[in-house]
Write a protein that binds this ligand. Sequence first.
Ligand SMILES: C[S@@+](CC[C@H](N)C(=O)[O-])C[C@H]1O[C@@H](n2cnc3c(N)ncnc32)[C@H](O)[C@@H]1O
Length: 248
Amino acid sequence: MTPLPRTVRAEALDGLVEDDPVAMRSRRDLQRVHRFMGTRSIVLRALRGWSMPRGAATPLRVLELGAGDGSLMLGVARALAPTWPRVELTLLDRQALITPAIIKQYAQAGWNATSRTVDVLDWVAGPTASLPISGRPEHWDVIIANLFLHHFEERQLATLLRAIAARSDHFFACEPRRARFALAGSHLIGTIGANAVTRQDAVLSVHAGFRDGELTSLWPTGNGSWNLQEHSAGLFSHRLLAERSRTS
Ligand SMILES: C[S@@+](CC[C@H](N)C(=O)[O-])C[C@H]1O[C@@H](n2cnc3c(N)ncnc32)[C@H](O)[C@@H]1O
């Protein structure tokens, strides 16, 4: 059977304003889609595999790109907090979706979360800003992206991955797997009560998703030496783990 070609098309949710009731409902659907896909467990397994300095003088600096409403990462924070107790988390998205309530929930989990509303391509092109609390130049222990990289064509992706490699020591992405089984699953998303926007975007996301070593092939050379692992994960996901090697 021939592999599905990769096609990137604008998703309906991205064209709706933050407080459009249809968009708000679709973001709630996304939380159910994540449960269906097992995303939180996939993210946790990856992050727990990395040894992070415990009791370090400075908190771990974590950035999520395309963080949405921050709810997926909140589940990760709650589960990881006993082993990653001091985290300075930045939730970046071009839409202002992070509420004071969710920031408070992060604080209850022991993580200090802030939001940054910016298009990621401006983040890539912009000067490296200082971190909110430490004031140190922008460098992240961990950058994470969930259901985000598939929004971009190869050329933009290569640029984005170059910025990530220049500004971090670890990168994890969990994206839709571009495969016929995942495509069939995306057509059934209505069975979990998803609205029309979510149903349409689920199918588009699979067509824009990844397989094999496609993300690895776009990873830059020249930003130190990195260990890269790219695999399918669960039934519907595709993940990339990138760790800067300690000698670089
Ligand atoms: C499918 S949602 C995923 C949200 C969250 N990561 C999750 O998994 O629940 C994709 C998110 O990426 C954001 N996004 C899309 N294009 C973006 C861009 N160019 N810059 C920043 N955020 C973007 C959207 O606003 C949306 O919140």
